[in-house]
Design a protein around this ligand. Structure first.
Ligand SMILES: [Mn+2]
Length: 444
């Protein structure tokens, strides 16, 4: 279907994993000389799921919406929890082949990202896809698939090793904080939270003293990156950070893990680190220019990079504004659900980002469901996160789907990160329903 498509419609999700997936699909479409169009979506619209004569390729999305699709001919390569457990779906005039790790008994929230799934499918269409095997690494890390074990696992790992063996990426054991290549070492230590070093976290004075104590010059603290330091210096700092963590009574083993670097980027590049690369492409999409992120994934630099950096700085401004709103906001509790409704004061495409921030940076019980809402026309856009610990017992995507379906909305996602859209006015009921479902599965 793909190789013979007169017109290929590529739909992908609006986060880093989705953009990496879109780039893989675009790479395939270009090499096959296809006429194609790309649409990046936060959620598929009702029009998106009604097909015609074109061929569709849904990436990092689609599995939770299969039942609403009509007359669609094409492929879904996704890792979100599927509503239909079929690899070939032919109801409602559809002819859809669905590729999803859940159908193979794997957990898509950790074993296989959307971009890994898209890549695997892509290799069966066109073997040259291996030339972009860095993209599943970027997408998987963007979806935090390396969080639980400090490295990529299962299928994500197999593709990462392929990229490594091809010399496309380099794998190292190093500090797993965000910003190794894109931020100053002082920023990296100040906001690093995997794990959170209590005496340094969000404490710029303590971070400066610590770094000066390690021989760094005060005037260079804002410009020197982690990757600029000599290996010996990094080892020295890491061993000191480990002893601080141990003194704080924390597990220091989580500080070090696998990190992935892109060999196509020089050492001086701010997106040499795959995690930093994923945050840059994520920003291009959140700021409404996903095509810039896709072009970056496909090795365009120069003006494309300059534009990406502008979008990144705009995105950081939005997040700073959101943080200020968040500081003043009081969450409301309904049982084990803690929810924040920002109405029109929060951009509705960063509700998930903010929910992640709350669960990472605020002191919330590990048994809570963190919910962030914002208005989306006549609907409420809802994003939620739970701790990995709680997700061992609860599949949030199923709860969200069930709660939203009863209220004229849609919901889905992953075990630990889910979303829903319900009509405005139904949000309180939604929260109550989620809490009720939680209690029935796992009473607290
Ligand atoms: Mn994904």
């Amino acid at each position: 279907m793909i190789t013979n498509a007169k017109k290929l419609r590529i739909y992908s999700h609006h986060d880093a994993d989705g953009i990496a997936s879109a780039a893989i699909a675009v790479f395939v479409a270009r090499r096959l000389g296809l006429n194609y169009e790309v649409a990046i979506r936060n959620q598929l619209t009702p029009q998106d799921v009604i097909g015609g004569s074109d061929v569709y390729w849904f990436n990092d999305m689609g599995s939770s919406r299969l039942k609403e699709m009509q007359n669609i001919k094409g492929v879904v390569t996704d890792h979100h929890n599927p509503v239909v457990p079929e690899t070939h779906y032919t109801e409602n005039g559809n002819n859809i082949y669905q590729f999803n790790p859940h159908l193979e008994g794997m957990d898509g929230s950790i074993s296989q990202s959307g971009s890994t799934t898209t890549f695997l499918f892509g290799t069966n269409v066109l073997s040259e896809v291996s030339a972009v095997s860095h993209l599943p690494v970027v997408g998987s890390v963007g979806d935090l698939h390396d969080k639980k074990f400090g490295k990529l696992v299962d299928t994500d790992r197999e593709i990462m090793l392929l990229a490594k063996n091809m010399g496309i990426i380099e794998v190292k054991e190093d500090i797993r904080f965000f910003g190794r290549s894109s931020k100053s070492v002082s920023y990296m230590l100040r906001f690093g939270n995997e794990p959170k070093i209590r005496s340094l976290y969000d404490n710029p004075a303590a971070v400066s003293d610590f770094l000066i104590g390690h021989g760094l010059d005060r005037k260079n603290l804002k410009t020197t990156r982690w990757l600029d330091l000599e290996q010996e210096k990094r080892d020295e700092i890491i061993s000191d950070l480990k002893s601080i963590l141990e003194k704080e009574g924390q597990d220091s083993s989580r500080l070090i893990g696998e990190v992935y670097e892109l060999n196509s980027e020089p050492k001086s590049s701010i997106v040499r680190d795959a995690r930093d690369f994923s945050s840059l492409i994520n920003a291009t999409s959140r700021k409404g220019k996903p095509e810039v992120g896709i072009r970056l994934c496909l090795f365009e630099r120069g003006d494309t990079m300059a534009e990406a950096l502008r979008l990144y700085s705009d995105h950081l401004d939005s997040l700073r504004r959101a943080s200020r709103i968040l500081d003043e906001a009081e969450g409301k509790s309904v049982g084990s659900v803690l929810y924040y409704d920002f109405g029109n004061s929060l951009e509705n495409n960063i509700t998930g980002t903010i929910a992640t921030r709350i669960i990472t940076h605020k002191r919330v019980p590990s048994t809570s469901v963190i919910v962030v809402m914002a208005n989306l026309g006549s609907m409420k856009k809802i994003s939620a996160r739970i701790s990995l610990e709680l997700s061992e017992r609860i599949d949030l995507s199923l709860l969200f789907r069930q709660a939203a379906n009863g209220l004229g909305g849609t919901g889905g996602g992953h075990r630990n990160a889910a979303g829903a859209i319900v009509p405005i006015g139904k949000e309180r009921e939604f929260v109550e329903k989620v809490n009720e479902l939680m209690q029935s599965i796992s009473p607290t």
